[in-house]
Design a protein around this ligand. Sequence first.
Ligand code: PLP
Length: 399
Amino acid sequence: MSNAEWVDKTGAFVANTYGRFPLAMVRGEGCYLWDADDRRYLDFVSGLAVCNLGHAHPGVTEAIREQAGKLLHVSNLFHIPGQAELAELIVKHSFGKRVFFGNSGAEANEGALKVARKYGAEHGGGRYEILTTENSFHGRTYGALSATGQEKYRQGFFPILPGIRYVPYGDAAAMEAAVTDKTIAILLEPIQGEGGVNVPPDGYLKAVRGICDRHDLLLILDEVQVGNGRTGKLWAYEHEGIEPDMMTLAKGLAGGVPVGALVLNERTADVLVPGTHASTFGGNPLSMAAGLAALRELVKPELLRHVTEMGDYLRMRLREMAGRNPVIREVRGKGLIIGAELAVPCGDVVRAALDKGLILNCARERVLRFLPPLIVTREQIDDALALLEPLLPREVSRG
Ligand code: PLP
């Protein structure tokens, strides 16, 4: 079937929740995707930071194939060896002590909110309030949506979860001023992804860690988008030499197979006990096999060095481009999560790029977001920018 036929069939039968491009992707390899009309695209979005190892990664593919032939699912009525192994690997490479597995970023954040409230009830004198940040994105389920500091996503869904307040991002003084005697936790992204690739000032995470320590709060970092090697460290908090009390993961953790993980430290590890939280599919043998294969690649220092090098190169090339065309107002990011803020909305640029065979994304209307697979090469970056540059509108002054 062609792209056009798939578009019609989707329109007829699938819930209308996404503004989609009129293309159906049917195959991928490395940094490339092919559509139903057999046209090739250079993918600088990676399924929204999911396919960090590229498409059809041989190690992940083989692990899935092998596990699928052995056992797909048994439920958490039983011990699942893959869960123990993946949790051990995450713990070995992080601050964590224990891991709860779910299926998505939103579900990981739901778990974190529940742990925070239960910790508050049992160890925090009944404190329940959670501070999150303006422009944040934590997912679409009710708790995660309530934690998301963007009004547009909550419209039509009130009343949302009570006891959550939004504080300006990147402003540690505002965060400290917002703490009350009801506050139990602070939840934030080390870099805001969907909110426009907003990188906080150096020292922000450390300052927020300090606030949590002074006021006996839990620090929850949402690394759903920026974890899994995306910033050139395995976890983004490592850049600031601090550790959270909880970290939420999903997206790139299992190379494209749905998985979510809530990583818990010494303080929070034992808050959840049997009967308090669960997920039927969470940590099933298939997702755990994929997660193990993917994470074993993502922890490799040479891959993380490559992410840093390619990220520096892509930002440098974009800044050169900004020098030639002031429509690019700012280039920001860390490793391979990069935003180029334009003076104009970027939807047209994204559509024109797609026409030329380059997949890009637009965050917060004016920010071109680059999330290539972490295995992207210098040549592929050159190819992408050669396609992109002529598509940018000309701006004569910064006015
Ligand atoms: N948290 C962050 C930082 C995200 O970027 C996203 C998705 O974009 C989520 C949570 C929600 O993840 P999911 O769509 O897997 O529920």
